[in-house]
Design a binder for this molecule. Structure first.
Ligand code: SF4
Length: 326
């Protein structure tokens, strides 16, 4: 039996697990299957070479091995019925990665026309062209860390890993020339400032690269990054990135002091309207990616998987400290 990993929420939507969910995923979250640790060594990752964590974890998500044929068959039905709008394939670095990835992409495309996102480390152009030709709709190269120094410490040589900042940036730039939709992941809470994350995402926005925000989640068995995510920082970055994404304000029109954003570049009523709509605080990334509980608990929601309710807006305003001059 050929296997694929699928998140528990995905398996529930596919009818392969019984779960009560307050927020079902609108994207199918899959990962190619291996029982080996990844050859890369990112500090935060449960699957890293030197991690003692469980292979099933991606952030808080649990990706369970399942029958690939059955997952793909049910994915076709769920797409047709409108339960799932995208398939997201996460990869890992191991010798069979390319064959396993292209096999899964082909099987999905044979079954239905659901848009596919593929999250993968930088590959050569020939492989990008092949993936694009197969029908991968969005290519995502997770940068994760917002500065070259943090990248090196968390994903690169400092972590005993193979990745470099320059190669990831180059991979993103090359991908933009080949794919219509390109994105990256930025983890907030690794030691970056507001300005670091906002400047990077602003630059990517200009270059046609979307940024999906994640909250750093320390997983059992992973090595210590030595930081804790701060909700005020997370909310400020979310809000600024929304303004940039919607072309309401550019990074150059925002003001910072010691890395902390002091002026979002929008007047009071404008800010009130944006914050109150709640949209800025919803999950970002590929279209229809809502990642319920990927990095959240019931007590702490970083990314809202659906529209944000009134009482949550009040809580968000307190987290943003809007009454203290922001
Ligand atoms: S943004 Fe969402 S759908 Fe896109 S690659 Fe990341 S997790 Fe997958």
């Amino acid at each position: 039996m050929k296997k694929v990993r699928a998140s528990l929420g995905t398996l529930a939507v596919l009818g392969m697990e019984l779960m009560i969910m307050d927020a079902p995923p609108t994207t199918a979250y899959l990962q190619i299957y291996t029982n080996e640790h990844c050859r890369a060594n990112c500090l935060f990752c449960s699957q890293a070479k030197e991690s003692k964590g469980e292979l099933k974890h991606i952030a808080r998500g649990q990706y369970m091995p399942a029958d690939l044929d059955e997952v793909v068959r049910r994915l076709g039905i769920a797409f047709e019925k409108g339960y799932l709008h995208r398939a997201c394939i996460q990869t890992a670095m191991y010798p069979g990665m390319w064959n396993d990835t292209t096999y899964l992409v082909r099987e999905i495309i044979k079954t239905c026309s659901i848009p596919i996102s593929l999250s993968v480390f930088p590959l050569e152009d020939a492989k990008y062209n092949e993936l694009n030709g197969l029908g991968v709709e969005q290519l995502v190269i997770p940068l994760d860390a917002a500065t070259p120094e943090l990248f090196d410490r968390i994903k690169g040589a400092g972590a005993g890993g193979p990745f470099t900042w320059d190669n990831h940036i180059d991979g993103l730039k090359r991908a933009v020339r080949i794919f219509t939709n390109v994105g990256t992941h930025i983890i907030i809470g690794l030691g970056e400032t507001d300005e670091d994350a906002i400047e990077l995402a602003g630059r990517f926005h200009k270059g046609g690269i979307g940024s999906a925000l994640f909250a750093y989640t320390r997983l059992p068995g992973t090595r210590w990054v030595d930081t804790e995510p701060d909700i005020g920082h997370y909310r400020r970055v979310q809000l600024a990135l929304y303004l940039i994404r919607e072309d309401l304000v550019s990074f150059e029109n925002m003001k910072f002091n010691n890395g902390i954003i002091m002026d979002f570049g929008l007047d009071g009523p404008g800010m009130e309207a944006v914050i109150s709509s709640g949209e800025a605080f919803m999950t970002t990334g590929c279209s229809h990616c809502n990642r319920p509980y990927a990095t959240e608990t019931h007590a702490m929601v970083y990314n809202y998987p659906g529209p944000v309710e009134g009482s949550e807006i009040t809580r968000i305003k307190a987290q943003l400290e809007v009454n203290n001059g922001i």
